[in-house]
Design a protein around this ligand. Structure first.
Ligand code: ABU
Length: 497
């Protein structure tokens, strides 16, 4: 009787273990064949497009009282794979992430299988020390003296930028933690007009108000204009506000521009402002001796956002917030919950890192990147970066030679390349009044065609007064020059009038 009762519990009986073992093995095989290996085959589609109504009909999404059978559940796995976008496909060049790294993926699965929450050493001893090691190494690469400082793996670059604002604000006015903004002058921070929208979003979330993010103009290459920055700092001071932080960007989301960090750092020193560098996208270039000059001056920052899930292709999400300061993260956020962070534990409680972040439970994102780094070595990560930059340069050369294409920035700095495709019907019509309006409609039409055929995925957007243009993003080092040729030819094929 006791055995029968135990059999109703998860894993508890031998038949259950056999049944669940079979489910896991067969589902894992489908994941490998369908999503991971199958999803990366050039001959297969990047996506199988369905309108939401059609997709609702194609997928049995509704939940029911009775359980499904083993075979029905496996069919669900197949269906989910079939209708999901294959972001590991070589022709998925749509976002600032792509590729499914086999070592990162096993790291992710390993983390998920162990299901830790990285807040105390007692429940996550391995991941706590792993995180300490990887963050120290990343700070070393950034150039913080001796790799000292602090940091955290956090859920996305937007959250990392939010941590930066929170720490900078605390640095400027520590009593804010208990007293709030009440009684303080209006606090102002600065970022470029092309910076990631999370800076405004987080200023709003933190109660500073998005109007108090002063947007600094960019030059023709998309870099923050340092003269305008100083004018805006002066403006804030003249208004009686309290300027406290500049968020520079190393690799802007659309154009891939790198702000001039040394000049911005000089202004931060002059006006006593916290310097944050949002290197969520461009940070990966730090791994390359050839390309790390793009982030010159990053070692002067107070804090840095760097997402290994972007240029370094760790699985989503793998984002870090790094600081040169050793204690501010904890001082700013700790609340000392006694049921988690007891000070009389039998081990050194400095390894209970959970009180320095604002979430409570936290996934072990570090293991994806650690496993990849182990598998490739620092040299392999450098080679990866050099390969994706080489592909970006090759692609740029190809489209510059074609009359159907025009660059948005003549010399892109990162591996996002922005360009217009000019169909034959618009050739020679650049001076006509409706040229921009017509060009604005080209990229959405080509995107629709490619999504419906499933042959590639690339995004488009307008920016400032530019009509819609394509942004090709490269971070998968399995791609070759032949793939770059494919992109050019495929856009030409889809773009014919
Ligand atoms: N966090 C920015 C990512 C958006 C993009 O892929 O363009």
């Amino acid at each position: 009787a006791a055995e029968a009762e135990a059999g109703s519990r998860w894993w508890a009986s031998a038949p259950d273990r056999r049944r669940h073992g079979r489910w896991l093995r067969e589902a894992a095989e489908l994941l490998l064949e369908g999503a991971v290996l199958g999803g990366a085959r050039r001959a297969g589609p990047v996506s199988t497009w369905r309108e939401p109504r059609q997709l609702r009909d194609a997928l049995p999404l509704q939940l029911a009282d009775e359980p499904l059978s083993h075979d029905q559940l496996l069919q669900l796995v197949r269906d989910v794979i079939r209708y999901s976008v294959k972001t590991g496909h070589p022709y998925f060049v749509n976002q600032l992430y792509s590729g499914v790294d086999p070592y990162g993926l096993v790291g992710q699965w390993l983390g998920d299988a162990l299901n830790p929450s990285v807040y105390t050493y007692e429940v996550a001893p391995v991941f706590t020390l792993m995180e300490e090691t990887v963050l120290q190494q990343m700070r070393q690469i950034v150039g913080f003296p001796g790799g000292r400082g602090d940091g955290i793996f956090c859920p996305g670059g937007s959250v990392a930028n939010g941590y930066a604002i929170s720490c900078a604000r605390y640095h400027a006015a520590p009593h804010i933690k208990k007293k709030g903004l009440h009684g303080l002058p209006r606090m102002v921070l600065f970022t470029s007009q092309d910076a990631h929208y999370s800076v405004k979003k987080m200023a709003s979330f933190l109660g500073l108000g998005s109007d108090n993010v002063y947007l600094i103009e960019c030059d023709a290459r998309g870099k923050m204009d340092v003269k305008h920055l100083e004018q805006e700092i002066q403006r804030a001071l003249n208004e009686g506000a309290l300027p406290f932080m500049v968020s520079a960007t190393a690799g802007t989301t659309v154009l891939g521009a790198f702000d001039p960090i040394p000049e911005i750092a000089d202004l931060c020193k002059k006006y006593n402002l916290w310097l944050h560098v949002d290197a969520a996208w461009g940070g990966g270039a730090l791994m390359s001796k050839k390309h790390r000059h793009l982030l010159k001056g990053i070692e002067l920052a107070d804090s840095v956002t760097w997402n290994p899930h972007k240029l370094l292709t760790a699985p989503q999400q793998c984002s870090t917030f790094l600081l040169r300061h050793e204690n501010i993260l904890a001082d700013c956020h700790s609340e000392s919950a006694q049921y988690l962070f007891q000070k009389d534990k039998f081990y050194d409680t400095k390894y209970d890192t959970g009180d320095k972040h604002v979430q409570c439970g936290r996934r072990a994102d570090v293991i994806k990147f650690w496993m990849m780094w182990k598998a490739k070595g620092t040299n392999g990560l450098e080679k990866h970066i050099d390969t994706v930059f080489d592909n970006a340069e090759y692609f740029t050369r190809q489209i510059k030679q074609r009359e159907d294409f025009r660059m948005v920035l003549n010399e892109p700095e990162c591996t996002n390349i922005c360009f217009w495709y000019i169909p034959p019907s618009l050739h020679g019509k650049e001076n006509e009044a409706d040229f921009k309006d017509k060009l604005h409609k080209v990229a959405p039409k080509i995107k629709e065609r490619m999504m419906k055929e499933g042959t590639m995925m690339i995004t488009y957007q307008p920016l400032n007064d530019h009509p819609n243009f394509f942004r090709l993003v490269l971070q998968n080092s399995a791609l070759t020059h032949t793939d770059m040729d494919y992109f050019v030819e495929e856009i030409e094929r889809l773009g014919k009038d």
